[in-house]
Design a protein around this ligand. Structure first.
Ligand code: FES
Ligand SMILES: [Fe+2]
Length: 380
């Protein structure tokens, strides 16, 4: 982020701290509870996710030729790897003989080829069909038609994005244009993964996303954990449709009121947070970032996948302990959100509410639903 833009952002924070205000939308918004419990809506959203660029893993897990990762949280099997020429590759993790899952483990390194566990057809790291045992039995088949099915893939901000549907020449840069400059300026591209977790929850995926998009709940839901660090309900919020950018202000931002914002570092006075459509949240902290993606698994079930992006692998036990401690704070605070999310889902099922209300400073939740609605409408 350019220094001038950092200053502009901090200036908004400073005004809010002085006037005890926060960014607000014009109006309160509401959405029907039905969208959190309706199976048809879920099917449409899952289809939309499969047509959207999704952050499926961390780039540091695919740093070297032969590194590979499998991903199943979208309900379709995906294989990601770095080939011998150093190119990132993504494929449907499906053998072209009779459709068995090609790679069954979660990932690893040092691969030069993959062999299907069913009848041992083998593929090289570019997805090319190489070997067919008892090949005479397949006389006449067109081998070129039996390579692995390739998916568009790109690396950005220390993450690997995949378009889960085969597509010619997908424009990831265009999709990420609104957030790219900011996120690159934080140096996340060279950061490495620490403390990766995958967590199953009994709530709709959208409830988890909403929990990341407002700071109104922090003094209450996180009273004994992170609340002491943050100012009460002071945020700046910019819609970068379909994405959004927020800034969750810390208490020490009060000093900006007297001292001004010139030369100040944005990361010292709060946490910038980026929502990237449809299911990714990147929280930028003073010396690292934390990442969470949320995958629907049912109307009342989802999986959260995430971890921290830290500047370099910890070189000492002390550094390891530092990052463990730091990232645990993130996961512990998220667990408070997750418990709330599961309780909310049970509340939806009780029939107590017909709709959810988003206050004027919960505007990013309303933007999220609006972006989702418009993309669903465009493709239905
Ligand atoms: S299904 Fe893979 S080799 Fe038969
Ligand atoms: Fe929270």
């Amino acid at each position: 982020m350019q220094p001038a833009q950092q200053a502009a952002w901090l200036d908004r924070v400073r005004s809010h701290m002085a006037a005890r205000t926060t960014d607000m939308a014009e109006d309160v918004a509401r959405v029907d509870v039905a969208r959190y419990i309706d199976p048809q809506r879920l099917t449409a959203e899952q289809a939309l996710l499969r047509r959207s660029p999704i952050a499926v893993t961390f780039a540091s897990k695919l740093a070297k030729p032969g590194d590979y990762v499998t991903h199943d949280l979208l309900g379709l099997p995906i294989l990601l790897l770095r080939d011998t020429a150093g190119q990132l590759q993504a494929f449907l993790n499906v053998c072209r003989h009779r459709g068995a899952k090609l790679v069954w483990d979660r990932g690893g390194c040092g691969k030069r080829a993959f062999t299907c566990p069913y009848h041992a057809w083998s593929y090289d790291l570019t997805g090319k069909l190489r070997g067919i045992p008892h090949e005479a039995g397949f006389a006449g088949i067109d081998r070129a038609q039996h390579n692995l099915v390739r998916l568009p893939v790109a690396q950005a901000f220390g993450l690997v994005f995949v378009l889960p549907e085969p597509h010619d020449g997908y424009d990831f840069s265009g999709f990420l244009a609104g957030v790219r400059e900011d996120l690159e300026s934080f140096g996340l591209g060279s950061h490495v993964l620490h403390d990766e977790r995958e967590i199953g929850l009994k709530c709709n995926w959208k409830v988890v996303i909403e929990g990341g998009l407002e700071t109104y709940h922090v003094p209450f839901a996180h009273k004994t954990t992170i609340a002491p660090m943050f100012a009460d309900n002071v945020a700046v919020a910019d819609r970068l449709d379909p994405h959004a950018r927020l800034y969750f202000t810390k208490r020490n931002a009060a000093e900006l009121v007297e001292q001004g914002v010139e030369g100040r570092n944005l990361r010292d006075y709060g946490n910038p947070l980026y929502y990237i459509f449809p299911n990714l949240i990147i929280l930028v902290q003073p010396d690292h970032a934390t990442v969470m993606t949320v995958f629907p698994q049912g109307t009342d079930a989802c999986s959260v996948h995430g971890g921290a992006l830290i500047p370099q692998p910890p070189a000492t036990e002390k550094a390891e302990a530092y990052w463990d401690r730091n990232v645990k704070i993130f996961w512990d605070a998220l667990d408070e959100d997750f418990q709330m999310g599961q309780a909310i889902q049970a509340g939806f099922r009780s029939g107590a509410n017909t709709h959810v209300t988003f206050g004027r400073f919960e505007q990013a939740c309303a933007w999220f639903h609006d972006s989702l609605d418009r993309r669903l409408a465009a493709t239905s």
